[in-house]
Design a protein around this ligand. Structure first.
Ligand code: GLP
Length: 240
């Protein structure tokens, strides 16, 4: 595990963007696993700037980690909407090669099965980008999720619902379920890059990097992966 400690959010974003640009340059047909949340926002901005300077993203395929159950792709807080607004609509990735689970499918179990199948058909994920929840969740894999889990419907923990309420008008509007890649799905990526900033992530980062490997701390599983880079600002690294 390679831990990179930087000064602040901007440096963290630059470091992660640099790693992604290297991946895209080396393999223009990369399959990228993408994350949402506030952590990667500036990374997407930097990738858009890179595209505006002439970089071609038309060979890329992307798979997002998760989506809220019950939110349509037009809902302002859906992760599909987040990806369109912050990244996809500003670059030349082919829309048909951008995968985000559907939160409003009639048959969520089937949606999960097809999502796993699509990842396999694409040849697997070359580089998975991750944020981390304050309870150390990755994707929406909450504490207690088995390490052998694949894409599935999950219940969000109370702490996650509280953390994410800031994006909604009221806490009652925060969905209580999501479709999320499983821990095993994430661990199958060839390379993983996790980013975190701020003191509210310090405990989770300690658990991910130095804690006991246990499903109670989902990100601790990353210690078992052969190629992980963790990019953190000083506040998030404060317990290391
Ligand atoms: C959300 C997402 C995660 C994300 C995490 C941290 O619930 N499902 O993929 O990494 O919480 O979010 P943020 O970056 O906003 O702190």
């Amino acid at each position: 595990m390679n831990v990179v400690v930087v000064n602040n959010f901007d440096r963290m974003s630059e470091e992660v963007a640099k790693i992604m640009i290297k991946q895209i340059t080396q393999k223009p047909k990369s399959v990228l696993g993408l994350a949402t949340g506030s952590s990667p926002l500036r990374v997407y901005k930097l990738l858009v700037e890179y595209h505006n300077r002439g970089a071609d993203f038309s060979g890329l395929t992307t798979f997002n980690l998760d989506e809220y159950v019950g939110l349509s792709k037009e809902h302002p807080q859906s992760y599909r909407q987040y990806m369109n607004e912050n990244f996809f609509s500003h670059v030349n990735i082919k829309p048909e090669n951008t995968f985000v689970p559907s939160g409003v499918t009639e048959d969520p179990e089937e949606e999960c099965r097809l999502y796993e199948q699509s990842i396999k058909q694409a040849g697997g994920i070359d580089m998975q980008i991750l944020g981390i929840g304050s309870n150390a969740h990755i994707g929406f894999n909450e504490p207690g999720t088995p390490f052998d889990s694949i894409t599935q419907v999950v219940d969000l923990s109370e702490s996650t619902i509280k953390d994410n309420a800031r994006f909604f008008d009221t806490i009652e509007e925060v969905p209580t379920k999501a479709i999320s890649m499983g821990i095993k799905t994430i661990m199958q990526a060839k390379e993983i890059v996790l980013m975190a900033n701020g003191g509210s992530k310090a405990k989770a980062i300690y658990g991910a990097v130095m804690g006991r490997i246990t499903p109670e701390v989902p990100a601790s599983v990353l210690q078992l992966h052969p190629s992980v880079t963790i990019v953190v600002d000083q506040a998030a690294a404060s317990k290391l």
